[in-house]
Design a protein around this ligand. Structure first.
Ligand code: NDP
Ligand code: PYC
Length: 339
């Protein structure tokens, strides 16, 4: 549920405020700008589980010494269509942006290229990572693993992270087609939001610390766990995400890193994987029109809306009126920025 807004900030003003918070908490100017833009974009688009709600967690993780806000990623050219990045214990988004020019060059040369990021922290939504590729005419898919809080289908112990998959494709005459979804029944961020608001979850999303089904978000957060979406099918997607994001990149599995020595650590230390494709190599010069065509077909068939539509409606409102914030949340941000 959206809280009533007391004030509206422009995107630029919100970025400036968030950037100040990151810099104040040990993040380099370059990385702070990237993270602030990412977080402000989530808030602007109504991706509230990964907008300003996350700032206290970023600050807590930075102050625990668990994540290096000043990390300078090392980009390696390891094959005609393969780029690898060691994020050096920093955030994933600056690592991805450091590798982006080389990745795009390889996609243009080969029609496809992959990017494997390791030793990285991802604490945000995934759509901001793939949408810009589609805006440039490429098809992009990305996966990232997180922290063990999801039991395998039929299992008792949390092994997987909430492991999202995001996909973006150009679409003629409209914004790119983009979906971004956790492979758990619900994102961990939304469980935290429900717990704060005192709302129950739908049945079938999680178990308590005894492994018993529960709809109480607090029981899930207090030693319980989430379930994959869609039973064994979501389970296999969660497993695929672990393979691509960790085994393939050289990063940690969601249940493998040890943050117990860093009180307050919240950002998962894992890996992220991208595949980027130049659709022109498919030889179909009407690719983007075909994408628009299939999107139209599903809407004509009765699907209420496409993934991404809600974000674009929210974005358009924010561009017109500013990004809505409660006075309480604005106050919390100002306190983080000013100490
Ligand atoms: P949702 O279930 O809210 O949405 C998943 C996708 O489905 C979105 O693309 C959404 O589009 C679309 N969608 C939702 N409702 C409909 C509908 N009625 N018809 C058509 N499409 C619809 O997301 P999740 O809870 O799975 O994930 C939330 C966020 O959490 C994601 O951004 C994800 O990346 C992030 N996350 C990050 C993790 C990390 O490790 N960094 C881990 C897990 C999750 P729309 O946005 O337009 O509503
Ligand atoms: O919402 O599941 C989540 C999540 C995990 C890491 C960042 N977000």
């Amino acid at each position: 549920m959206t809280e009533a807004a007391d004030i509206h900030l422009s995107y630029a003003d919100l970025v400036a405020l968030l950037q100040k918070i990151f810099v104040r908490n040990g993040v380099s100017e370059r990385n702070a700008k990237i993270l602030a833009e990412n977080c402000a974009s989530c808030e602007r688009d109504g991706s509230l589980s990964h907008g300003i709600f996350r700032m206290a967690g970023y600050v807590s993780s930075l102050n625990s010494g668990w994540v290096d806000g000043k990390a300078v990623p090392e980009v390696e050219d390891v094959g005609p269509a393969f780029v690898r990045v060691d994020a050096k214990g920093g955030f994933t988004q600056p690592a991805m942006l450091a590798a982006r020019p080389l990745l795009i060059e390889k996609v243009k040369q080969n029609g496809v290229a992959v990017l494997a990021i390791r030793r990285s922290h991802h604490f945000s939504a995934l759509w901001p990572d793939v949408e810009p590729f589609a805006e440039e005419g490429f098809v992009a898919l990305s996966v990232v693993n997180s922290m063990a809080c999801v039991v395998p289908h039929g299992g008792k112990k949390a092994v997987f992270g909430t492991n999202p998959v995001a996909f973006a494709s150009p679409r003629a005459g409209a914004a790119p087609f983009v979906f971004d979804q956790a492979s758990s029944a619900i994102a961990h961020g939304d469980v935290q939001i429900a717990a704060r608001a005192g709302h129950d979850l739908k049945p079938g999303m999680g178990v308590d610390r005894e492994g018993q089904p529960t709809t109480d978000p607090k029981a899930i957060l207090d030693g319980g766990a989430l379930m994959p979406f869609g039973g064994h099918k979501g389970n296999s997607i969660a497993l695929m995400v672990e393979i691509l994001s960790a085994a393939l990149t050289g990063g940690y599995f969601s249940g493998e890193f040890d943050w117990s020595g860093h009180k307050g650590a919240q950002t998962p230390f894992t890996g992220q994987f991208f595949i980027v494709i130049d659709p022109a190599r498919g030889g179909n010069h009407v690719f983007a029109e075909r994408v628009a065509g299939i999107c139209d077909l599903v809407l004509e068939a009765g699907q209420e809306r496409l993934p991404g539509d809600r974000r674009h409606v929210t974005r358009a409102k924010a561009e017109k009126n500013g990004i809505p914030l409660t006075a309480e949340n604005h106050g919390k941000l100002k306190a983080l920025a000013e100490g």
